[in-house]
Design a protein around this ligand. Structure first.
Ligand code: 5GP
Length: 175
């Protein structure tokens, strides 16, 4: 792919500070209780790594993958491409997502997790686009509320690229 121009949206420092605040809040709420942190691949892998490294108590790490966008529009269809490796019954679940856009993915995941009878379920998302909501989703920890812009970096991709950017940006030529 031809390299595209990326304009800054959220800086590395800003993200770092906010993730720290989110971890502090989560630590206070769970007070050292065991937590099973679920990473929703691929987009949340960087946010997940930064957040979980600041969590106290006993933390179990599990991963699942869902199909998402191809390009810049949502297919509206959610599919599990990698399921959790273990049963989660009786566990405190923290679902960690990169971004909530239409809300369809988060809604699908919450329903799926709830059916497996966890002790509790909460959600931590780095970015929330309320204007794009197609379904109402209750979120527990939100990093930043953003406009209905397509963003890349810090785990988020455009056609598979830009996930490794340490900051969040917008593709200039697409605006
Ligand atoms: P939703 O189901 O809420 O519409 O979207 C869920 C998924 O769409 C996210 O986990 C993410 O992979 C992708 N997505 C939504 N908005 C954006 C965006 O602005 N940039 C990128 N790169 N992916 C997005």
């Amino acid at each position: 792919m031809m390299p595209l121009k990326i304009s800054p949206y959220l800086s590395e420092d800003k993200i770092k500070a906010r993730v720290k605040e989110m971890a502090k809040q989560i630590n206070e709420d769970y007070k050292g209780e065991e937590l099973l942190a679920v990473c929703v691949l691929k987009g949340s892998f960087i946010f997940y790594s930064d957040l979980t490294r600041q969590l106290d108590g006993n933390i179990l790490c599990e991963f699942l993958a869902v199909s998402s966008y191809s390009g810049m529009t949502s297919s509206g269809e959610v599919k599990i491409s990698l399921d959790l490796a273990k049963p989660i019954e009786g566990k405190n679940i923290l679902l960690i997502e990169d971004i909530v856009d239409t809300g369809l993915t988060m809604n699908f995941l919450k329903t799926l997790i709830e059916a497996r009878k966890p002790k509790s379920i909460k959600t931590a998302v780095l970015l929330h686009k309320p204007e794009a909501a197609k379904i109402k989703t209750e979120l527990d920890y939100v990093g930043f509320t953003i406009a209905n812009d397509f963003v890349v970096g810090y785990g988020l991709d455009y056609q598979g690229y830009y996930r490794n950017l340490p900051y969040i940006g917008q593709i200039q030529s697409l605006n």
